[in-house]
Ligand binder design. Structure first.
Ligand code: ITT
Length: 219
């Protein structure tokens, strides 16, 4: 069993698609540190959740990074969604010269054990708009292992997808999906499978799923 520590059922549904039914939601409110580095937020959350349950956990921290707004709302995406709402975020972005944005997702895994660091633990201090994705939106960071306070290693898997912020369309998905357009359709206009095939979370989950299958071979 793999516990996905989140309050967001949409994230869990997408993870099941990749990792299978062994993924179960674990509704635990870990401390979301104020940081502009979503990798740091996810890593801290995974360590804290592992301490709580003592079994393998994943935590996903994600957000919408708008180029013209210096990466805002980025790590504050959940807060902006709750306070402003996605329509007002879209209206803010519409006033800018460019509506380019990207979704980023970092999945942090912790099971109390150690992993081979690939590469050596680094924190490149990436923030907001500085995060570069190539044309097809693949993450340019390597997956990392971070050793934080308390020494428990956490392995990170990152996914990025570039897109455009548009007036809301579609009723699928969750969060900012109706205002995020990729290749002519918003994420809310795609099926879960279609979104997973291109999304930030799908890309991070694909990497995680491959690595996890090696770590925990099926019977
Ligand atoms: P947990 O922290 O409990 O996992 P959350 O929804 O608060 O759930 P985050 O803190 O990672 O998740 O905040 C992410 C924000 O970005 C939140 O507003 C989400 O709705 C939004 N978001 C993340 N992934 C998304 C996606 O695939 N599609 C649309 N919006 C997304």
């Amino acid at each position: 069993m793999l516990r996905f520590v989140t309050t967001n059922e949409g994230k869990v549904a997408e993870a099941r698609e990749y990792v299978g039914d062994e993924v179960v939601q674990f509704d635990f409110d870990y401390t979301e540190v104020q940081s502009d580095d979503i990798g740091a937020v996810a890593a801290r959350g995974a360590r804290e959740a592992y301490r709580e349950v003592g079994e393998p956990v994943i935590v996903d921290d994600s957000g919408l990074f708008v180029d013209a707004l210096g990466g805002f709302p980025g790590p504050y995406s959940a807060y902006a969604e709750d306070t402003l709402g996605i329509e007002r975020v879209q209206e803010l972005v519409a006033r800018e010269d460019s509506q380019r944005a990207r979704f980023r997702c970092v999945i942090a895994y912790c099971d109390g054990g150690d992993f081979a660091a690939t590469p050596e633990p680094v924190d490149r201090g990436r923030r907001g708009q500085d995060v570069a994705a190539d044309e097809r939106g693949r993450a340019t960071t390597d997956d990392q292992v971070r050793h934080g306070e308390g020494g428990r290693p956490v392995k990170l898997f990152e996914g990025v997808v570039p897109g455009t912020v548009v007036p809301p369309r579609g009723d699928g998905g969750f969060g900012y999906d109706p205002i995020f357009e990729y290749d002519g359709r918003t994420f809310a206009e795609m099926s879960r499978e279609e979104k997973n095939a291109v999304s930030h979370r799908g890309r991070a989950l694909a990497k995680f799923g491959e690595w996890f299958a090696e770590r925990e071979p099926a019977d």
